[in-house]
Design a protein around this ligand. Structure first.
Ligand code: DQA
Length: 141
């Protein structure tokens, strides 16, 4: 079982960035814990601050991987290209946001990704990535 986590811009700063919203845990540390907890899954992690690189990674993995957990960060609210990439690939994508985007500024309520994804999780902190993984491992997927 091959599952990828793809994070968008500024999520390389998790643990340092707006810790009141995003928490104190660097993503690499969380990812290591997740891989140890799910040794039966081959987890791949990719992060980029560049929109086109996120599209490239979705295309690269999206005909081979069993699932993709995607947090496009700010590109969620602006990127038609990332939405189109999700629609173009075969692998199911689960959208994850650490914060509750619906409880924040209005511009965060628009997602170009939700309508193209299998489902979305927001506001549950880093736990959202694990919940997305559990969904992708389940027969319901
Ligand atoms: C985010 C929410 C986005 O609105 C924001 O731009 C981010 C992170 C989240 O995980 O809560 O960078 O995707």
């Amino acid at each position: 079982m091959k599952i990828a986590i793809i994070n968008g811009p500024n999520l390389n700063l998790l643990g340092k960035r707006e810790t009141d919203i995003y928490g104190n845990m660097p993503f690499e540390k969380y990812f290591d814990g997740l891989q140890k907890k799910y040794p039966q899954v081959s987890l791949h992690y990719y992060q980029s601050n560049v929109e086109g690189e996120l599209v490239n990674e979705l295309q690269r993995l999206g005909f081979d991987y069993d699932g993709i957990i995607l947090n496009p960060a700010a590109y969620t609210h602006t990127s038609v290209a990332i939405g189109d990439a999700i629609a173009a690939i075969k692998t199911p994508v689960v959208e994850v946001h650490i914060s509750n985007v619906h409880a924040r500024e209005d511009f965060r309520k628009l997602s170009h990704v939700s309508g193209k994804s299998a489902g979305s999780i927001f506001g549950l902190g880093l736990k959202g990535y694990e919940l997305a993984l559990q969904f992708l491992l389940s027969p319901e997927k």
